[in-house]
Structure formats: structure tokens, C-alpha cells
Design a protein around this ligand. Structure first.
Ligand code: NDP
Ligand code: A1CAB
Length: 266
């Protein structure tokens, strides 16, 4: 990895998942300092602090992983501690490049939008950088590669959509699993068995789709025998008020909230 020293400010569900994956794929814990509100130990060999050190050696890379609403609590002390040229990777939903630049003058800013499956190397990380710095881009690619699929977005506005589709996406899928299980119960399956079958079905189907050389639409066709029961179910999902309309509203609501958080940070 090209970055010698890393500070992570915030190491909760998302920041923590990224850091743990980096540690399990070879990041030397001695190069990482975690700064989190509680100061609770993060991982063996990783220095953990409860506040930004006033006189510490500024890092080469800063991973900003607090909630967007906490940005102004940490920005002042962090900006004072950073050196010109520090790379700041922000995973804050919504918060735009200009808002980060205003708070961290002199930093080289990269926005990243990850999701929780990065913990097992099967996540998605959307990336956006305003400045054209090919070397930095290559270093960020190398940093993110162990986390899963990496996708650079040219358009900054697309990051709010990436946050909804990929960042929030796992939560939407978990709801689908629960809804499938609940529907199974409503149709007569025992509660625990329905939950087990629904989860195993989604895990197996997702893994197969991921390994397939045909798209999900064709995969669905292979399940639906002509005149069979899957077609009847798909007719419901594909209807006017079906899954397409529901997902459009779901993503629109999440994107709108990301844009609200962006506005609040301006
Ligand atoms: N959760 C997700 O799936 C995704 C989240 N994100 C983004 O990640 C960011 C973090 O979200 P998430 O991990 O879910 O949130 P969490 O609440 O799980 O983690 C927040 C982290 O911030 C730390 N923190 C809070 N206040 C301070 C402070 N004043 N100084 C230093 N550290 C502080 C907390 O410390 P402590 O550990 O001590 O409590 C914690 O480590 C958000 O900006 C969100 O938009 C992006 C994509 C997906
Ligand atoms: O809910 C949130 O605000 C963040 C953004 C993407 C996933 N979690």
C-alpha cells in the first residue's frame, strides 16, 4: 500500500469495516491510528485515541468516517493537525468536495462511497475526485482493491445515487430477505424455516448471478418455466405498482436525503 501512515477518524460500522478488511489483507497495524469518540480499543496493535492529537505526526492518509452531522466537530482540530498534501478520503454520504475543501484546505480530497460487504472483500466502493491526479488515483485504486468492486464516478452528483444504490443497497436487500421470509410464513411455512430458506435462497441466487455470464433478467427467465408458478409471481413483481416502482421510490427517497445532507454541509 502506498500510504505510510493512516489516521481513521470514526471507526464505526462503515469505517470499521474498511479498516478491518485492510488489516486482514496486510495493513500493518502500526501504521494505523484510530480516532473515535469513545477511544475504545479498535484492534491489536492499532493506536486508538479519543481526540485528534494536537502534536502528533500528521498522516499521509486520513479516512474520514464520522456521520455527516459530526463533520464540524472534528474538522477544526483535524485541519490544524494535517499537513499540506495529506490525502483525505471521505466516506460521508452527501458531503461534497467543496464542503470538504473549505474545511480541509490543502488536502488532496477523494470521496468514497463504500458499503458494508467490504468487510468480506465483496463490497462496492464508488469513488470521485475533482483533481486529475493519476498517481493518486492509482494509489487509491490499490488501497480500495481488497474491498471489492471499485467504480470511479466522473460526475460528482452520481455519488448521491451510488450512496443510495450501493451504500444503502445492502439494507434494502436485507429487507427483501425479511419480506420473502414473512410472505413464506403467511403462506404456511414455520417462522424459523422460512427465515432460513429465504436467506439461503438470496445468498445462493446472488452468488450464482455474480458468477454467471448472463444478466439477472435472463437468470429469472431460467427459473420461470412457461405456464408455471414463477411466472405468476413475476407478473406481480413486474406490475405497475410492483418492484420497479417501489425501488424507484426507495432510491429517490435515499438520494433526496443524501442531497439534504450535502446542503446542510455547504
Ligand atoms: N453504515 C453504512 O453502511 C455506510 C455509511 N457510510 C458513511 O459512513 C459514515 C459513518 O457511518 P457509520 O459507520 O454507519 O456510523 P457509526 O455511528 O457506526 O460510526 C460513527 C463513528 O464516528 C465516531 N465519532 C462520533 N463522534 C465523533 C467525534 N466527535 N470524534 C471522533 N469520532 C467520532 C464514532 O466513535 P465511537 O466508535 O467511539 O462511537 C464511530 O466510530 C457516515 O458518514 C455515513 O454516511 C457510507 C456508506 C455506507
Ligand atoms: O444511511 C446513510 O446515511 C449511509 C449512506 C449509505 C449507507 N448509509
Amino acid at each position: 500500500m502506498s500510504f505510510g501512515s493512516i489516521w481513521a477518524v470514526g471507526a464505526g460500522n462503515m469505517g470499521g469495516a474498511m479498516l478491518r478488511r485492510w488489516l486482514t489483507t496486510g495493513l500493518d497495524p502500526a501504521r494505523l491510528t484510530v480516532i473515535r469518540k469513545s477511544g475504545a480499543a479498535f484492534a491489536e496493535g492499532v493506536a486508538t485515541l479519543s481526540a485528534v492529537p494536537a502534536d502528533g505526526d500528521a498522516p499521509e492518509l486520513l479516512l474520514l468516517g464520522v456521520k455527516p452531522q459530526m463533520l464540524d466537530l472534528v474538522a477544526g482540530p483535524l485541519a490544524a493537525a494535517m499537513r499540506p498534501g495529506t490525502v483525505l478520503v471521505s466516506i460521508l454520504a452527501g458531503v461534497e468536495d467543496a464542503a470538504l475543501r473549505a474545511r480541509f484546505p490543502g488536502a488532496r480530497i477523494v470521496r468514497a462511497m463504500p458499503n458494508l460487504p467490504v468487510a468480506i472483500g465483496q463490497g462496492v466502493v464508488g469513488l470521485h475526485m475533482v483533481d486529475d491526479e493519476p498517481e493518486l488515483r492509482a494509489a487509491i485504486d490499490e488501497l480500495m482493491a481488497p474491498l471489492g468492486l471499485v467504480a470511479w464516478m466522473d460526475d460528482a452528483a452520481a455519488m448521491d445515487v451510488v450512496a443510495a444504490v450501493a451504500g444503502s443497497g445492502p439494507a434494502f436487500l436485507y429487507r427483501f430477505v425479511d419480506a420473502l421470509a414473512a410472505a413464506g410464513v403467511a403462506a404456511g411455512l414455520p417462522v424459523e424455516q422460512s427465515a432460513e430458506l429465504a436467506l439461503a435462497t438470496v445468498v445462493g441466487a446472488a452468488a450464482q448471478a455474480g458468477a454467471s455470464d448472463v444478466g439477472p433478467a435472463e437468470m429469472a427467465e431460467r427459473v420461470a418455466s412457461p405456464g408455471g408458478s414463477t411466472r405468476k409471481g413475476l407478473d406481480v413483481l413486474d406490475g405497475d405498482a410492483g418492484l420497479g416502482a417501489l425501488m424507484t421510490r426507495t432510491i429517490a427517497a435515499a438520494v433526496a436525503r443524501n442531497r439534504e445532507m450535502a446542503a446542510a454541509a455547504r
